[in-house]
Write a protein that binds this ligand. Structure first.
Ligand SMILES: [Zn+2]
Ligand SMILES: [Zn+2]
Length: 580
């Protein structure tokens, strides 16, 4: 199965063409009264946005698919033709297509416009197609969803028809199977069922409330990460969530990132901002005293929650949120230290990812773009340091030539989850820009001032998104070291409750997350309830267990074993230590 990267792969071309075929079929079936918006290729598929009255219903999809199949069978050619702006406007005014006119109005004067025709359907488009309809291969329409025009809730709500397309039927079938599995693992549903987190309407979209069960998992993850960071010479820091706006003028965020920032807050007639990034705060700590080369590398780490005003239409459970807790760190290093720091960071990323049973990685190195900042030798040195770190870790990498940010090269690590989906988690970004903007210096061995290089790095990315990925990766069945409740003691009858209480108390005092099920349900029902909560172990206690001083251990997978509570504690401790 192919997964689209950014840019324009063959898969992108065939999917984007499928979007044209979809619009063609819709116009054929429902006429020109349907308003057309946009139809791009997306990861694993495509969509087209329409405004139709009465709205589409899911029962419409088979007929649209059938018409699409006819268009594909006719093997229409895709042909492009330049068009003058006035002509394009007249065309869409005549057809009464307000969204197309809006798109035209947004294209700067002088930019060439093209109309692409496939079969009898013509659409304003920048291109990026396959040549013939038959190349669309195997496709399927998946769903209809609401989508605001331009993702803005002040605009009309359109209907987005999603589809997917692959070169072969076998690839399509594999993908549909994966989708079915993903549906079962949807973190939004599991989050509710397992009472892990919620998004509260009263508080606002994209803001996450961690409930006790989810809070426990997150606390375990944070403890694990803190331990890794301590071992690797990071220093924990904490920085304010609200600071003077001026700081983001110096950092440049106000200029380049302001549309993602929450608006100004006024205090003492001054403007403050909620932080969109942790970097400026860490820079102020660096700058709070003179630094010598002996202080470097300085590694400042913070689980820093930043706030981003993402458009409400783009928010998605834990995966796309407005509060983003980065497992953030900034490394201030001398150019000589770049290679060792990269090796340390890559090693840390792999240690962390492996602990969560992500065993397949892809590394992407983004190199110097055209309009880069910073001198060539430094770029070359930093890029070589990244590649050397990948080589040293024995990892394969792809080079995205010229794909780096203007301020420094970058390493992205993508992982494959339990059902084969790729997720971008770790990022290591070199930055020559912020040290220059803040005029950071350190005194070198030669007694003169030098500029340090800064590295932004996140191992998990954001903890919200990481938890979302983990819930789906594990299908909500967290391994014992992460599970909110590691074991539940189930007394069969009232008589066994005192013994069960002693077992639960001794395990809890040993530091395990233990519960006692005191409900009056029958044993089968109690077991069923704990299975639904995906608790790793149930410790069933009946008459014979009490008399023998044992517990009957039932694992989540259904295995049973009788042992003493002490022996179970040893087994559980071993699993936790091994992160099994
Ligand atoms: Zn197109
Ligand atoms: Zn940063």
């Amino acid at each position: 199965m192919s997964v689209t990267e950014d840019g324009r792969s063959d898969a992108d071309h065939l999917r984007h063409t499928a979007a044209h075929v979809l619009a063609h079929a819709v116009v054929d079936l429902y006429g020109d009264s349907v308003k057309l918006a946009i139809g791009p290729a997306i990861e694993n598929g495509f969509y087209y946005d329409f405004l139709k009255s009465p709205p589409f219903v899911p029962e419409d999809l088979p007929a649209i698919e059938a018409r699409m199949r006819e268009i594909i069978r006719s093997d229409a050619r895709m042909t492009g033709k330049p068009i003058a702006r006035a002509e394009a406007e007249a065309h869409y005014r005549k057809l009464d297509q307000p969204f197309k006119l809006d798109i035209l109005a947004g294209i700067p004067d002088g930019e060439p416009l093209t109309m692409y025709t496939i079969g009898t359907f013509t659409d304003l488009c920048r291109g990026g197609h396959v040549e013939r309809a038959s190349e669309v291969g195997a496709f399927k329409l998946l769903s209809i969803a609401g989508a605001y025009w331009r993702g803005d809730e002040r605009n009309p709500m359109l209907q987005r028809i999603y589809g997917t397309a692959f070169a072969t039927q076998a690839e399509l079938d594999a993908y549909l199977l994966q989708l079915e599995e993903a549906e079962k693992r949807d973190h939004r549903r599991l989050g509710k069922e397992l009472d892990l987190f919620s998004i509260e309407e009263q508080a606002g979209p994209g803001l996450i409330f961690w409930h006790p069960a989810g809070g426990r998992v997150r606390a375990v993850i944070e403890e694990f990460l803190r331990g890794e960071l301590r071992r690797r010479g990071y220093e924990p820091v904490f920085t304010p969530h609200v600071v003077r706006e001026e700081l983001y003028r110096t950092s440049g965020h106000l200029e380049t990132f302001s549309e993602n920032m929450f608006g100004p807050l006024e205090v003492d007639e001054e403007h403050y901002r909620v932080k969109p990034m942790n970097c400026p705060g860490h820079i102020l700590i660096y700058q709070s005293r003179p630094r010598s080369y002996r202080d470097l590398p300085l590694r400042l780490a913070e689980f820093g929650t930043v706030y981003r005003a993402e458009r409400s239409g783009t928010l998605l459970g834990l995966l796309r949120v407005r509060m983003v807790t980065m497992d953030d760190a900034h490394l201030f290093v001398t150019p000589d230290q770049l290679e060792a720091e990269f090796a340390n960071t890559v090693d840390a990323a792999l240690t962390v990812l492996r602990a969560f049973k992500f065993d397949e990685y892809k590394m992407y190195v983004a190199t110097k773009p055209e309009n880069a900042l910073g001198d060539d030798p430094l770029w070359e040195r930093a890029t070589k340091a990244i590649i050397a770190a990948c080589d040293r870790a024995g990892l394969k990498y792809e080079i995205d030539e010229g794909g780096g940010a203007f301020y420094g090269p970058k390493l992205d690590i993508k992982v494959r989850d339990a059902i084969g989906r790729e997720w971008q988690l770790s990022t290591v970004q070199v930055d020559f820009n912020l040290p220059a903007r803040f005029k950071l210096t350190y005194t070198g061995p030669d007694g003169t001032e030098h500029q340090p290089v800064m590295i932004h790095r996140a191992l998990c990315g954001s903890l919200e998104r990481f938890m979302g990925v983990l819930i789906e990766h594990y299908a909500g069945a967290f391994p014992a070291w992460l599970a909110p409740v590691q074991a539940v003691v189930l007394p069969i009858g009232e008589d066994q409750v005192p013994y069960a209480e002693r077992v639960a108390a001794s395990l809890a005092s040993a530091g395990f997350r233990i519960e006692l099920d005191r409900s009056n349900e029958r044993l089968q029902k109690k077991i069923r309830n704990q299975q639904l909560r995906k608790v790793p172990y149930m410790l069933v206690v009946g008459k014979s267990e009490v008399s023998e001083g044992k517990v009957n251990v039932r694992s989540r997978s259904g295995e049973q074993q009788s042992m003493t509570a002490e022996a179970f504690a040893v087994k559980l401790a071993e699993e936790v230590a091994a992160k099994a």
